[in-house]
Design a protein around this ligand. Structure first.
Ligand code: S3P
Length: 171
């Protein structure tokens, strides 16, 4: 029992967009940890950070992730920080889901994240903060992934096609 596919990667890599397209192609339900957290708390992620702080957000994220990993046959997109804790890493290693890391370069991501007020971790110096987080997290994303797809210069359609064929090969 586990999601069919899990998307991981940094903020701005397109996990939500690609995840929902992939789910549509596979005829599976799409789930997204940030959306589920927002539904549960009835406020945007940025507001949770403001009202309750990052530690509280991570605790909610951990519960949501645990619940989602028990659901069968979904496509699940994780917030950039969701797979990073040791507990999350072991939980993700213990299940049979196909894990896709959407990799993206700083120059491609900058126009996507620069003006986005919904990303509390990137409020000051989005470029520098994104880069610092990505440097620290990249080894974890790479170690967890069954496949890494670099999304630079690729259309959504191309990324989905690559994801589907790698999933097919892995069967
Ligand atoms: C975060 C990524 C965000 C969201 C929160 C924290 C992170 O999700 O969960 O702002 O720690 O990288 P996206 O990766 O979907 O933007």
């Amino acid at each position: 029992m586990a999601p069919r596919v899990i998307l991981i990667g940094p903020m701005g890599s397109g996990k939500t967009t690609i995840g929902s397209l992939l789910a549509e192609k596979l005829g599976l339900a799409f789930r997204d940890t940030d959306h589920l957290i927002e539904e549960r708390e009835e406020k945007p992620v940025s507001q949770i950070f403001l009202d309750q702080g990052e530690d509280a957000f991570r605790a909610i994220e951990k519960r949501v992730l645990r619940d989602e990993l028990l659901k069968d046959g979904t496509v699940l997109s994780l917030g950039g920080g969701a797979p990073i804790s040791i507990d999350a890493q072991s939980a993700l290693r213990a299940i049979s889901s196909y894990i896709i890391f959407l990799d993206i370069s700083l120059s491609t991501v900058v126009p996507r994240i620069g003006f986005n007020r919904d990303r509390p971790l990137l409020l000051n110096n989005p470029r520098g903060q994104w880069q610092t987080l990505m440097e620290a997290r990249r080894p974890i994303y790479e170690a967890l992934a069954d496949v890494t797809i670099n999304v630079d210069d690729k259309s959504e359609e191309e990324i989905v096609t690559i994801a589907l064929s790698s999933l097919e090969e892995a069967r």
